[in-house]
Design a protein around this ligand. Structure first.
Ligand SMILES: [Zn+2]
Ligand SMILES: [Zn+2]
Length: 195
């Protein structure tokens, strides 16, 4: 279930590594893979719904890419796993990013829970195609401060969310025109000020 070279190797020039460095990297990778395997197995055995299992596994790997194969495994190979992942994003407002829904830098078939946080209530239930269109239109940048994922760093772990200009709860539609891309910091500020 773990594809070689999938984790932690981005930006590492394997050709340039000395043999002993190579072995060290391999050991770290094996340790991480073994840990993920153990977590996946523990969650898989739990007597809880598919959606909860997937959420638990994503939470155990916040900001780390997990593969669809891992999620399917955690979901006991139930075919509904993909629908449950989508619900976490479109109904629960959790930032489960994929290549198609906001993070074109990700590989196909990879999922990342960017932060363990739900978007504000009225900014949920946005269909994936609309989400993608808004992000593309806004150049994957915050419309208030210009933040992009390229500026991500561990001491300021933001991600991009969508905000309804006219609040969804007040009848604002899930249309491109009514949605803007904002970073989580600016988004919190908008909601603080509109209270
Ligand atoms: Zn911002
Ligand atoms: Zn909002």
């Amino acid at each position: 279930m773990f594809i070689e070279g999938e984790m932690g190797l981005q930006g590492v020039d394997l050709e340039a590594l000395k043999p002993e460095e190579h072995i060290l990297l391999q050991t770290e990778q094996d340790r991480e893979a073994a840990l993920r395997w153990r977590i996946a197995n523990d969650i898989r055995k739990k007597k809880t719904g598919v959606r909860n299992k997937i959420l638990e596994f994503l939470r155990a790997n916040v900001r780390h890419a997990v593969t669809g194969e891992e999620l399917r495994y955690v979901a006991n190979d139930k075919t509904e796993w993909a629908r449950r992942v989508r619900e976490l994003r479109t109904e629960q407002g959790l930032p489960v990013a994929t290549r198609n829904t906001g993070r074109p830098d990700l590989a196909i078939g990879v999922y990342v829970l960017e932060q363990d946080r739900q978007s504000p209530g009225h900014d949920r239930n946005i269909p994936d195609p609309v989400r993608r269109a808004v992000l593309v239109r806004d150049g994957y940048a915050c419309r208030k401060c210009g933040w992009t994922h390229d500026q991500w760093n561990p001491s300021d772990p933001r991600h991009l969310e969508l905000h309804h200009r006219e609040h969804h709860a007040a009848g604002g539609a899930n249309t491109e025109e009514n949605l803007i891309t904002v970073c989580t910091v600016c988004h919190d500020e908008i909601h603080r000020n509109s209270r």
